[in-house]
Design a protein around this ligand. Structure first.
Ligand SMILES: *[C@@H]1O[C@H](CO)[C@@H](O)[C@H](O)[C@H]1NC(C)=O
Ligand SMILES: *[C@@H]1O[C@H](CO)[C@@H](O)[C@H](O)[C@H]1NC(C)=O
Ligand SMILES: *[C@@H]1O[C@H](CO)[C@@H](O)[C@H](O)[C@H]1NC(C)=O
Ligand SMILES: *[C@@H]1O[C@H](CO)[C@@H](O)[C@H](O)[C@H]1NC(C)=O
Ligand SMILES: *[C@@H]1O[C@H](CO)[C@@H](O)[C@H](O)[C@H]1NC(C)=O
Ligand SMILES: *[C@@H]1O[C@H](CO)[C@@H](O)[C@H](O)[C@H]1NC(C)=O
Ligand SMILES: *[C@@H]1O[C@H](CO)[C@@H](O)[C@H](O)[C@H]1NC(C)=O
Ligand SMILES: *[C@@H]1O[C@H](CO)[C@@H](O)[C@H](O)[C@H]1NC(C)=O
Length: 489
């Protein structure tokens, strides 16, 4: 339930079909020379973003100091800004966990649903009482006045060579009495009274601050989407200030409006275990569709803390490493960007137990899939239906990693992997064995990892595209032996 409240991911309900401005990015696609079907085309920014494979979503603001997981669904809750007091705040320390986990980008919550901003927003606005008010619910109104979390974080990320970006929720702001992008006209005593138009202006003014002052941004998050009245202005602002950024929740679920051509879609679950074929194309909050004209890769956001807890929770248990490895395989290994929560505690640091689990995950990824880990030769952008790897001697493997070159779209729609298994029972010690099917699937896309049911010793592997809408281009094929998964802890 909390999760649904936290990430109300569909914009369709909020946005009207009558996108006011025709500048809404339209889908880019080509026509298949083989069957005339639509092949959605990526932008170079989207392909570069998919290459990052794994990122982090950092939850740290005034809700870190609450017992509940954010202000979601509690409209009257505006926690006192004096609560925000991270006495040991150090974003370089955050980056060591981000790097250790193997993540290549990190997106920081700069404003969540309470309304508190972790940068000293200087935005002012007119109230309905005809006064000019400062947006006085910021870090400058807290005990750590003078600090600027997005600023510190951006510098740390740039130093570490990690892409950075921001989450700013436009649809909820308890401080301004906003739910579903609308100002509720019933105000509590002392509450700042604004008009709906003023709210939209505040959103644009704060996005302008965030997108102007903190460098080149990799990803921008629109949790719950955006309203129809904000869409054209956000689209134009993005184009002006951060055209390269990839945009989470960019499109409504039928593509009637998108904020950017660099669209990213939600996978539809916060478990990190979508367990499905995931296409780089589509605008719906699921595995997508190979026939969609929209290239909009899926992002799988999930937590390290159990119970889908995003903000740091007192004594909140962590998910076991075995489960996190399963998450990795069901996301990165299924063509989904894995965006893992990072939850600094109330002192402003990553707790040691969290740091250890992130490193454990990163160590697994590096040892199993990192440079030099492949036991079978890899190929490099081969245009061919089939790719064969022949081994000089019988070689033990337990998984295969496939990558498709998607420069001209995701064209492989089905594949099979066959192997000459020399240690299968009943083979009687001969090298003269037939090919056996060891794995198959539909979507390859950026990356597909298939784990075999058990390790096998092989002399040859053949990967074949069985269904495709243009000549398949295999970016790489490699086989690995990673032993059994670490046991749960
Ligand atoms: C978009 O999808 C929503 C949800 O399925 C639907 O209610 C709406 O009518 C659709 N709009 C258009 C223009 O197809
Ligand atoms: C639509 O976008 C164009 C180009 O950015 C702009 O000139 C125009 O004023 C916008 N129209 C509306 C109604 O927002
Ligand atoms: C604010 O100013 C407008 C225009 O001058 C006026 O119509 C309105 O009554 C004023 N509101 C208040 C609360 O004074
Ligand atoms: C913000 O300023 C308004 C007056 O503009 C005041 O009523 C309110 O108490 C202030 N809020 C905080 C959190 O300081
Ligand atoms: C507006 O706020 C009042 C008072 O808190 C509440 O009773 C009402 O349900 C809210 N309206 C909407 C549309 O959320
Ligand atoms: C904002 O718009 C909604 C929907 O039209 C309306 O119910 C609400 O009263 C408006 N808020 C204000 C402060 O006028
Ligand atoms: C693939 O080949 C190109 C051109 O020869 C080279 O630049 C690139 O580094 C190679 N990539 C890999 C992963 O081997
Ligand atoms: C292995 O030997 C058994 C028993 O002699 C025979 O039935 C089977 O066909 C042999 N398998 C192969 C692959 O030759």
């Amino acid at each position: 339930m909390l999760s649904q409240l936290l990430f109300v991911c569909c914009v369709a309900a909020a946005i009207s079909a009558s996108a006011e401005n025709t500048s809404t990015p339209s889908p880019r696609f080509r026509i298949s020379p083989l069957d005339g079907s639509v092949i959605a085309l990526p932008t170079t920014d989207q392909l570069a973003f998919q290459d990052r494979e794994m990122g982090m979503l950092i939850h740290f603001e005034i809700a870190t100091y609450l017992s509940i997981d954010g202000c979601n669904g509690v409209p009257g809750l505006v926690p006192n800004p004096t609560l925000f007091d991270p006495t040991l705040l150090n974003t370089d320390q955050w980056l060591s966990s981000i790097v250790a986990s193997g993540a290549q980008y990190a997106t920081l919550v700069a404003k969540h649903n309470c309304g508190f901003t972790t940068w000293p927003s200087a935005v002012t606005f007119e109230t309905r009482d005809n006064t000019t008010s400062r947006y006085n619910y910021t870090i400058a109104d807290s005990p750590v006045v003078g600090a600027d979390v997005p600023g510190m974080f951006s510098r740390s990320a740039e130093k570490a060579g990690i892409g950075h970006g921001f989450y700013y929720s436009t649809v909820v702001n308890n401080f301004l009495n906003v739910q579903n992008s609308l100002v509720n006209a019933t105000w509590a005593p002392g509450e700042i009274r604004i008009a709906n138009d003023t709210y939209d202006e505040i959103v644009i003014a704060q996005l302008t601050e965030l997108w102007t002052n903190y460098g080149t941004l990799t990803e921008l998050w629109f949790d719950g989407g955006y309203s129809a009245s904000q869409q054209a202005k956000i689209t134009a602002l993005l184009q002006e200030l951060q055209p390269q950024a990839c945009i989470f929740n960019s499109c409504d679920v039928n593509g009637t409006a998108c904020l950017s051509a660099n669209s990213i879609r939600w996978i539809g679950t916060e478990t990190g275990l979508p367990n499905e074929e995931i296409w780089s194309t589509g605008v719906t909050n699921d595995g997508g569709s190979p026939t969609s004209p929209f290239f909009a890769p899926a992002e799988c956001d999930t937590t390290l803390q159990s119970g889908i807890r995003w903000f740091w929770g007192v004594n909140q248990p962590l998910r076991p490493i075995s489960e996190m490895i399963e998450v990795y395989h069901q996301t990165v290994g299924r063509n989904c960007l894995l965006e893992l929560d990072l939850a600094p505690d109330r002192s402003g640091l990553i707790p040691a137990a969290h740091a250890a689990r992130y490193k454990e995950l990163g160590d697994f990824i590096r040892s199993c899939y990192g440079p030099g880990s492949a036991v079978g030769s890899a190929v490099n952008s081969t245009t061919s239906t089939s790719v064969t790897l022949a081994f000089d001697f019988p070689t033990s493997i337990d998984r295969i990693v496939l990558m498709e070159d998607q420069t001209a779209g995701q064209v492989i729609r089905g594949y099979e992997v066959h192997a000459k298994i020399v240690d299968a029972s009943g083979m009687n010690g001969t090298l003269n064995v037939p090919m056996t099917l060891v794995s198959s699937g539909k979507s390859v896309g950026h990356k597909r990892i298939d784990l075999f049911s058990a390790p096998i010793t092989v002399t040859e592997i053949a990967v074949t595209a069985t269904k495709f809408v243009d000549a398949p281009v295999w970016r790489s094929v490699s086989v690995h032996l990673c032993d059994s998964l670490p046991s749960g802890s």
